[in-house]
Design a protein around this ligand. Structure first.
Ligand SMILES: [Zn+2]
Length: 158
């Protein structure tokens, strides 16, 4: 079997960050890396699950809601995937920051009732907010050059 793009990435050199990954059939995949791979520090299942509910809700209610295809966790619990259409990296980054700020204001995890979720007891609102705060700080610290690099990769994939 062919090695899929996610596995072709060198995870030994991957730092936490915001990365454009692929563009397929017009759908862009962004790698939202919260944790450095294989370094012993991972998102807990409950935190990962709550962030999924919170950001999926916030970003699908945000300024580019029609451009959002999917937001969900990586099985390795070091981050999330964001799938978009017609949303270049700088714009996707803006939406993500907006969603993280909205999520930090949430009084409860959305969709966390038994009727709404497949594992409704596995949530951690304070833990999710701690990790989102850290990731938002990382996003806000990205330099223009780092964002331009992602834009260039996206342009090259068009
Ligand atoms: Zn759920």
């Amino acid at each position: 079997m062919n090695k899929i793009p996610s596995f072709q990435k060198n995870h030994n050199a991957l730092l936490p960050g915001f990365y454009f990954s692929t563009l397929q059939q017009g759908v862009a995949t962004f790698d939202l890396r919260f944790k450095q791979p294989n370094c012993g520090d991972y998102l807990s299942p409950a935190v990962s699950h709550s962030i999924e509910h919170m950001i999926a809700t916030a970003i699908r209610n945000g300024s580019a809601k029609d451009n959002i295809i999917y937001f969900g966790p990586m099985g390795c619990r070091t981050g999330f995937y964001l799938l978009t259409v017609h949303l270049p990296p700088a714009q996707a980054l803006r939406c993500l920051k907006e969603a993280a700020r909205a999520a930090l204001l949430m009084p409860a995890v959305p969709g966390a009732k038994k009727i709404e979720c497949g594992n409704y007891k596995s949530h951690d609102l304070p833990g999710a907010k701690r990790e989102l705060q850290l990731y938002l700080q990382l996003l806000e610290s990205l330099t223009d050059a780092q964002i331009a690099r992602q834009e260039a990769l996206y342009e090259a994939a068009l």
